[in-house]
Design a protein around this ligand. Sequence first.
Ligand SMILES: Cc1cc2nc3c(=O)[nH]c(=O)nc-3n(C[C@H](O)[C@H](O)[C@H](O)COP(=O)(O)OP(=O)(O)OC[C@H]3O[C@@H](n4cnc5c(N)ncnc54)[C@H](O)[C@@H]3O)c2cc1C
Length: 397
Amino acid sequence: MSEAARAYSEADEQAILDAIAKWVDNEVKPCAAELEHDDIYPQALVDQMREFGLFGATIAEEHGGLGLSATTYAKIVALISEEWMSLSGIFNSHLMMARIVEQYGTDFQKEYWLPRFVTGEIRGALALTEPNAGTDLQGIRTRAEAEGGDYVINGTKTWISNGIEGGAVALLVKTDPDATPPRRGMSMFIAPKADSDTGRPHAGFRTGRKLEKLGYKGIDSAELVFDDYRLDARRHLVGGEPGKGFYMAVGGLELGRINVAARSVGIARRALKEATAYSQTRETFGQPICQHQAIQLKLGEMATRARAAELLTLDAARAYDAGERCDMEAGMAKYFASESAVENALEAMRIHGGYGYSKEYPVERLYRDAPLMCIGEGTNEMQRIIIARQLVARNPV
Ligand SMILES: Cc1cc2nc3c(=O)[nH]c(=O)nc-3n(C[C@H](O)[C@H](O)[C@H](O)COP(=O)(O)OP(=O)(O)OC[C@H]3O[C@@H](n4cnc5c(N)ncnc54)[C@H](O)[C@@H]3O)c2cc1C
């Protein structure tokens, strides 16, 4: 079990999942399609998630969080993503920022930031990607230069989820651009838009344009520009010393990959449910289409993929909770579950015939949301490479 997680009983876990399922049914279901199609930030749902404590879901109880295990958390994420995947993105990226402070921050930083993160008073994200560097994180150019006890930051990040609506990001920068290998010269800052003591906005932190996307709507993705943005090291440089940022970013990605796998499970399961239901009501040639063998083959494959994706995700979460090294397990879960989400979404659309292409049915949304799961938290190309490297490392001859 990770340090943050407390052992909830099975009954406790079920009670939490039941409460979330009820909330999804009563509050999310009635408005998800409209908000998604209009690309509107779901403020009322975010406020309700704050009340539930979802912004502190995986933060330890000693800091005011719920201290949920990765396993329980993954089940919650899958449940919410079955209805609307974007919603889980709003707290997933926030919790990755929190995880970095909880795992690597100084005692002062934990006490300073975590209670603010738990309540959702400050919500945020992970700001790694730049216009010229995504997969190759060591190629980033954002630079932080030491000046007395402060750092002055210049650079641009892009694709940052929660970048507009959020109040802070965990910001990966270069503090020593000449370091070899480059990762040794990288550092992580908690970068708020306004000074968290005085509330005064930081002039050097500018939110750029909101990026238009195929899916993953409702949640904002933005460019962030840092222009002589000044932060004091004591509060903001995670861990208090430079040079550790790359490891913090990569360390947080294991949980991030379990999150993405869980979101994918939600999409894959929903596609299956929609297809199963529709195939029993739509008739062709005198019988429901679920009686046609071609449709049965699709449903059989979809059900197997959804279940296998779920089991791989739970396996990775279990390893994470046990404190085991789980980059291979998280990579397998993320890779398989996201490909399953894409395939199931496409098959659900085919099973719906022309109606699958209509905005009236949820399958078109699943189809637009699913591909992002193959890209975020490390592309699926990289996942297979990580899996292979671990496979060899764990099985030397
Ligand atoms: C909607 C959305 C939300 C996002 N949210 C965030 C966020 O909150 N924070 C954040 O920091 N980033 C975020 N991202 C960025 C995302 O993490 C990157 O897009 C992703 O890491 C890929 O980087 P890239 O786009 O620069 O692609 P590139 O790194 O340029 O890769 C292009 C292609 O080359 C392949 N490739 C690259 N290197 C190799 C290699 N060595 N071997 C084999 N194949 C390789 C990749 O798999 C990919 O297919 C988001 C992106 C999107 C679309």
